[in-house]
Ligand binder design. Structure first.
Ligand SMILES: [Zn+2]
Ligand SMILES: [Zn+2]
Length: 335
């Protein structure tokens, strides 16, 4: 993406590849993990970005229904192109499935193009209808989110485009790159048929990234080895075991105070366990609630479980534990 021009996240090499595969009467799948029209509504004068007032998140543009929508709590707000602060005109930055689909209709006016994401899927029977049209060959280009990755067999798809691999490379979760690898392998498995090998184009601003380079070379073993080395250095699973104690409340303090007290009690009970936090997850505020978490890390499983077993009866009778919603997550997949 650094070396080629692009139209709303479609690079020129990807556009010519689409052209080539369509001209050979084949089908194309484009994968983009971002629904809506654009993820950011930006004022070019004062630089303010429209955000959700209940979450630490930006509102996504859905101009077709005249709304801005939060993809985390579902709140909507009427779309206005005038900045609420300075009154200047605002612009849509970035591209979601809707904008990419619109752009493809301009670039390939004769092609039959369909979109599959959660907005489409919320209409009853629509997933089946979209997929049936792809299977029968009526659809030539399908644009979709992660929903596309699993389970469907499209015999005439020979080109798969992944519009951005970068979120997975620099995710906040230590499992981000593992997820990226799974998605890339799964979408790559969508391309190709008996008489014609498939082609997969992955767009990135960091093509030299060692993990991505190994995936692009289809060297899963090399990817796995490198990912494991990174985990080992950071002492993440499988080189350690984790338990997360989560808390959330309408204000920040009660959640933090509870976890603070749990951490103090835990340190008194167990000396051989690493305790990190309390800290905020990558999105601290969601749906109007503040979230915090305490991480317990150990090379062995049993000391962790012993600790939780001792902590639980203590915590349950604390008055502050009744005012906060809390949960314990063993082997968390998200942090
Ligand atoms: Zn929200
Ligand atoms: Zn403004």
């Amino acid at each position: 993406m650094n070396h080629h021009a692009s139209h709303h996240d479609l690079s020129t090499p990807l556009i010519s590849a689409i052209e080539r595969h369509l001209s050979e009467d084949c089908q194309v799948i484009l994968f983009l993990n971002r629904r809506g029209f654009a993820p950011v509504l930006l004022c070019t004068k004062c630089g303010v970005v429209e955000e959700c007032d209940r979450c630490d998140a930006r509102l996504t543009l859905h101009p077709s229904i005249g709304h801005l929508r939060c993809h985390h709590c579902g709140r909507t707000r009427p779309l206005s192109w005038a900045c609420g602060i300075c009154g200047s005109e605002r612009i849509a930055v970035g591209a979601g499935t809707q904008r990419v689909t619109d752009e493809l209709r301009v670039l390939f006016p004769k092609a039959r193009i369909a979109r599959l994401d959660r907005d489409i899927a919320s209409r009853k029977g629509s997933i089946e209808a979209v997929l049936a049209e792809v299977e029968h060959g009526d659809t030539q280009i399908l644009v979709g989110t992660q929903m596309l990755v699993k389970g469907h067999d499209f015999p005439r798809v020979t080109l798969v485009g992944v519009l951005s691999a970068d979120q997975g490379l620099f995710g906040t979760n230590f499992r981000s790159s593992e997820r990226l690898a799974q998605i890339l392998l799964q979408v790559a498995g969508r391309a190709g048929r008996r008489d014609r090998p498939g082609e997969v184009l992955i767009q990135s601003y960091y093509p030299e990234h060692p993990l991505l380079a190994r995936l692009a070379a289809q060297d899963y073993d090399a990817f796995g080895k490198l990912a494991l080395e990174e985990r080992k250095v950071a002492a993440w699973p499988p080189f350690s075991h984790l338990i997360v104690w989560r808390a959330e409340a309408g204000r920040r303090e009660p959640a933090y105070n509870l976890l603070e007290r749990i951490a103090t009690a835990a340190r008194r009970i167990a000396s051989n366990i690493t305790i990190l936090g309390p800290a905020s997850p990558s999105m601290e505020k969601r749906g109007g609630r503040y979230r915090a978490q305490l991480l317990f890390q150990s090379a062995h499983r049993s000391p962790l479980h012993d600790l939780i077993r001792e902590l639980l009866p203590l915590v349950r009778v604390w008055p502050e534990a009744r005012r906060v919603r809390w949960s314990i997550d063993v082997d968390p997949s998200e942090l």
